[in-house]
Design a protein around this ligand. Sequence first.
Ligand code: ATP
Ligand code: MG
Length: 271
Amino acid sequence: MARAVSVSLQKGGVGKTTVAINLADALAARGNDVLLVDLDQQGNATEGVGRKDLYETDGPHVGDVLTEDDPVDVHEIIHDRGVFDLLPAHVDLDDIEDRIRNSTFGILWVRRRIVEPLLGDDYDYIVIDSPPSLGPLSDASLIGAGNLIVPLLMSEPSVSGFERMVEQQVRPIRKEVDLDILAIVPNDLSGNNEEKRIITDLESSPFEQYLPSFARSDGFGESPGPGLRHRIAFSRAWRDGETLREYDPDNDMLDRLDQLARVVENGDTDA
Ligand SMILES: Nc1ncnc2c1ncn2[C@@H]1O[C@H](COP(=O)(O)OP(=O)(O)OP(=O)(O)O)[C@@H](O)[C@H]1O
Ligand SMILES: [Mg+2]
């Protein structure tokens, strides 16, 4: 079943872009047709897959699709990026966000102009990298995808950011349209007691169902431990414009990214 997912959390630097890029790559490595969409004005996903050149393009870009007047066809702004395709961000995304805010149906544009025309026809999976701020672009990303993946640092501010997001964004959206939380992805773990405490707390909370099996506390006794671990290769791959798999094909986190891809394929953490 085709599925779009938004990688989102209203907190900076938790690993949204890292997870979005490498989830798109993992889904593609499993033989799916995949589109990575960069909806963050920072353009980190675009840069991290080696296409920074597209970020300031004079050619048609995401702003020509997310507009009221005579939008261009979404196919015109998609670029081939090896095993997956890329819909890049653009330096003008902040202005585009204002346009979404000021248009009656702007909030539906990601869904109507990007996801609906492509999903199931051109692509099996669409993975959207979302901005770190609460706002129309972030809402449009969640409404457009209908599925959510939340990367989470194992720190109190990160967890309370997630709880706030559920209250202020997920709940209100769910009153109007379907929005499923597919997974919480504990990220950047290095093996301290705080990480253990937070994962254990999550396991005894209503969010327990969203923890994939590779992210559970029973992994603490084993190597390399639960979650996506701190691996310098993630940032080096980004710097070189490569996915983790391209940069370091033997990295031990690739197996976890494959498990996350299976969660997305199955639409459930009990994959
Ligand atoms: N598991 C990890 N191990 C090591 N470094 C990581 C890991 N995950 C993310 N990073 C690094 O942490 C930084 C922040 O990650 P990333 O850009 O993915 O976060 P983000 O949530 O997208 O940030 P923003 O809110 O600014 O969009 C990057 O330099 C990235 O390379
Ligand atoms: Mg990011």
